[in-house]
Design a protein around this ligand. Structure first.
Ligand code: RP5
Length: 163
């Protein structure tokens, strides 16, 4: 079974943000699975998902949630796999609530917290790939290529008035 990334989120309403994580996983050819797992609405499902994550072949878990965003931290409490938390931009507090809920983990249970919104979701997917690439030379080469292409695109078009 090849190592894959789980991209989970607290609600279907998070998908517009979290699909940015899937975008880079697809681009870099990493297998993934997406699913809604809510810390508050489906707490038993959260526990079993996280407890079975290693045996289900996941190497990294990307978890996005908004508001009182307990999903990444609670998943991390149930698995030793690296958990990357994405604060989804909330309507009421613009995602500051999500960010602080995810980033302020108590000592002893780690969550890597990314930026609020789609940039954070994309970077969570990218960071998941970088973690898996520690043991996957072909994936490492694809990441190098992605970075080279990104750099060249900036260098090749430095005039800010030209699209
Ligand atoms: C969180 O509550 C979800 O992650 C979502 O960001 C937020 C709002 O959920 P919905 O009310 O849109 O389902 O659990």
């Amino acid at each position: 079974m090849s190592t894959k990334v789980a991209v989970v989120m607290g609600s279907k309403s998070d998908w517009a943000t979290m699909q940015a994580a899937v975008e880079i996983l697809q681009k870099l050819g990493v297998e993934y699975h997406t699913e809604v797992v809510s810390a508050h609405r489906t707490p038993q499902k959260l526990a079993s998902f996280a407890e079975e994550a290693v045996s289900n072949g996941y190497g990294v878990i990307v978890a996005g949630a908004g508001g009182a965003a307990h999903l990444p931290g609670m998943i991390a409490a149930h698995t030793r796999l690296p958990v990357l938390g994405v604060p989804v931009q909330s309507k009421a507090l613009n995602g500051m609530d999500s960010l602080l809920s995810i980033v302020q983990m108590p000592k002893g249970i780690a969550v890597g917290t990314l930026a609020i919104g789609t940039a954070g979701a994309f970077n969570a997917g990218l960071l998941a790939c970088q973690i898996l690439a520690l043991n996957d030379a072909e994936l490492a080469a694809r990441i190098e290529d992605f970075r080279y292409t990104q750099t060249q695109a900036v260098l090749d078009n430095p005039d800010p008035s030209v699209d």
